[in-house]
Design a protein around this ligand. Structure first.
Ligand code: SF4
Length: 413
């Protein structure tokens, strides 16, 4: 590979936290019969830089600064190795589907030619036994008609980040000069609202801000008729707590949106966080990283080929995502034994005592793993948003139980 593509990032530049790195005994788990869940999603960091400077970004504005010393863009030998490793993983575990998520930084900054060659190489690496879904998560600024045509040709689903109304979006998601990006994102979304672009629209992703009007935000988002909506809680942890006013501002904001969404006369959009919580309240399983106890089956490949854990951990400490592995030398299976990966796959066993005894244990699942971090002991803590989770899950459970009660009363009447 080109020398420039190798990162100068040390494998782990902060001391590994006690939990899980120095406590979790992966060999003992395996001896007891536990088996890892294969990766289903590979997040590929095709470009390391971004054309926006969002104030809450965990890649550039939080603890981990490894982006500074990685290659700016992923080179061909690296993505070809990643494609081979992904196909090898699919074969080894006989997977029917895998998903490639093109990510950054801003992935469209990689350029049309590079993206076309990259997607083609991944499609060719798969032999047809496993279906390869490809998605891109973009800030939308560079999404124009030629780019959309290219992505449609390669059947790439397009997810766009949008933080609500133009005013709210521009306050958080601006260019480095402070100018807001909403106009550019709106132009991109208009391409996705109508056919032929609509078939490529995978959904919107919104990082919530409890200081905004939740209903105005929700209605601004659904105005683009997204098929799915991801509402993300801003990353924070016990060592870097959220700077918010009031005891439960996140829960209050989310409950307002939930009530508006749940009470609508027709289903307006799939909201992954709420769909998961409804499924979990009814005893099912969720798919979101934010709630529940399902094994996390996502792995990240950085521009230098480094195999990493989910990059929301960059909000915790420098080097938090590192596994010490690289697609140029290692299979994805090797990452399935990393304590940080295993800790996301063992459900209740990874929780602290407070969460284990919590009445909402199975629904909340301790909250987002990144939000449990405390510098003194690692990730075996309740979520820093615990009070919000108690209120949110309690509210959703109460509404569902009230509806079930009403239904059964109507049936027996
Ligand atoms: S609500 Fe709090 S104590 Fe309960 S599982 Fe979630 S983080 Fe843990």
């Amino acid at each position: 590979m080109p020398a420039a593509a190798r990162s100068t990032v040390p494998l782990i530049v902060s001391p590994a936290p006690e939990w899980p790195h120095r406590v979790l005994d992966v060999a003992a788990l395996r001896a007891d019969g536990w088996r890892p869940t294969p990766f289903r999603d590979v997040v590929l960091k095709v470009h390391q830089r971004c054309n926006l400077a969002c104030d809450y970004c965990y890649v550039y504005e939080m603890a981990d600064q490894s982006w500074r010393s990685r290659p700016t863009v992923m080179e061909e030998p690296v993505w070809q190795a990643a494609a081979r490793r992904m196909a090898e993983h699919a074969r080894a575990h006989d997977l029917d589907t895998m998903r490639l998520v093109l990510h950054g930084g801003e992935p469209l900054m990689a350029g049309a030619d590079r993206l076309e060659r990259l997607i083609g190489d991944f499609r060719r690496a798969f032999d047809g036994r496993t279906r390869l879904d490809v998605q891109i998560q973009t800030n939308g600024v560079l999404l124009d008609e030629p780019m959309l045509t290219l992505l449609r040709r390669h059947e790439v689903g397009i997810g766009v980040s949008l933080d609500g109304t133009a005013e709210d979006h521009d306050r958080r998601r601006s260019y480095a000069n402070g100018r807001g990006s909403h106009d550019a994102v709106d132009r991109a979304l208009r391409l996705l609202v109508e056919e032929p672009g609509r078939a490529s629209f995978a959904g919107l992703l919104c990082t919530i801000d409890p200081d905004t009007d939740p209903i105005a935000c929700y209605e601004a988002l659904i105005a683009y008729r997204p098929p799915t909506l991801d509402l993300l809680v801003p990353h924070a942890n016990w060592s870097h707590p959220p700077a918010m006013s009031g005891p439960t501002p996140i829960a209050d904001w989310l409950i307002s949106v939930f009530d508006r969404w749940y009470s609508a006369p027709r289903r307006e959009v799939a909201i992954r966080l709420f769909d998961d919580l409804l499924a979990l309240v009814l005893g099912g399983t969720g798919r979101s990283e934010q709630v529940g106890l399902s094994p996390v089956a996502v792995v990240v490949v950085e521009t230098d080929g480094a195999i990493e854990q989910v990059d929301s951990l960059k909000s915790a400490y420098e080097g938090a995502c590192a596994t010490g592995l690289n697609v140029l030398d290692d299979p994805f299976d090797a990452a399935l034994s990393h304590p940080g990966v295993v800790a996301r796959q063992i459900g209740v066993e990874a929780l602290c005592d407070t969460c284990r005894e919590c009445t909402f244990r199975d629904e909340c699942g301790g909250g987002h793993y990144a939000h449990r971090y405390r510098a003194t002991n690692g990730f075996r803590n309740p979520s820093v948003y615990c009070a919000d989770m108690l209120k949110l899950v309690g509210h959703i459970r109460a509404r569902v139980l009230a509806d079930l009660h009403q239904l059964s009363a109507a049936e027996t009447a």
